[in-house]
Ligand binder design. Sequence first.
Ligand code: SR1
Ligand code: MG
Length: 429
Amino acid sequence: MPLDTPADYEPLTERTLPAYLAGLPAARAELGGAPQDWRVKEVGDGNLNLVFLVEGPAGGLCVKQSLPYVRLVGEGWPMPLSRAFFEYRWMQEHGRHAAGRLPCLYHYDERMYAIVMERLAPHVIMRRAMIEARRFPLFAEHMAAYTARTLFFTSDLGMGASEKKTMTALFCGNSALSKITEDLIFTEPYMVAARNRWTAPQLDAIAAEFRVDAALKLAVSRLKNKFLHSAEALIHGDLHTGSIMVTEKDTRVIDGEFAFVGPMGFDLGAIVGNLLLNYFAQDGHAGAGDSREAYQEWVLSAMEEFWGRFERNFVELWRHEARGDAYPAALFADPASLAALDAERQTDMARLFADTLGFAGAKMIRRILGLAHNIDLEWIADPDARALCETRCLRFARELMVGTPRYRAIAEIAAAARAAREDIGGIRG
Ligand code: SR1
Ligand code: MG
């Protein structure tokens, strides 16, 4: 069945893109020269969109355009073009609060559902670099600042109620993207679903076990309920290591098409969960003379540094920049009330830590039993070695979701991850 798209819309191609960009003054200025001098390459390796990199005599550009369907699956799974609009609005909103952490936005085309933005170079996708065991000393600091500032300033702590409600209403329009998350993360991995896949037959038993694990299904359903109703802050909505580009000195967040006003722990859990996935996957990439143990320790230290800095940054913002309507300052002017408010901040951070662990676990399980997998694990060629890493991830993720109250500090998560690596035996004997 032909997909219903607006008359003005057409998917760009490597051939048509130069003429399209020639009509955009901002693009011409960035690229320099003339359209015949511009080199175009379609590089989209994500699950949804077209992504082009364009090089001209003066500089480069990135163009991201929505397709009317899910690229990973094809035209059989239609998807609204409007996700480009929500990504553009996310770039504006998060860019305002976390200057320098997103690519520069040059142009949004509402007719073509295309975003023209900075081409990040020499940045690489964090996930790919982590598979090569590359370290990024500023990653944790930058991501802690990005998450603390964007989550704080778009919450009722940092933003007035009227503005927050307007923002919430706008991003409710992105419900088709949220529905992907609701299905692929919180539902399908725990049932028989046509879109599920896993390393078979090695993981058949644990997949079946999870489908009848009442405690786990309750845990994931509580998280889904939180995802559905908790309008805490404007979140990125898909903040895995494939949505982060890095150099040794810089860190940028890309791909905000899943943005909506949801639970803060979903973004924080995406970072923690994807670092843990990589931690467990490293054993499958290690080889003779290529021990990954030191790198695994770096991954855990990055996770600990990220959470520690996030918590400190967020509490500092709450103490000094709380201009939202929650916790009115007029109620907390006397010393006893001020002390009570500070205790409340600590309680709320403990609640957010628990949310983060739960969402981290759910993010890990969906990448192993659901539709969309991670190259951290997928690129382990030996299926037995991959299945062992995946089993460790699954067991650990379950513990994060079901045993959440057992953990009070991020160092305890690092210690538990080390223990979990030992538990199920060594890959190389
Ligand atoms: C059908 S889209 C599958 C996944 O890709 C995106 O990166 C999101 O994580 C989504 O769940
Ligand atoms: Mg993406």
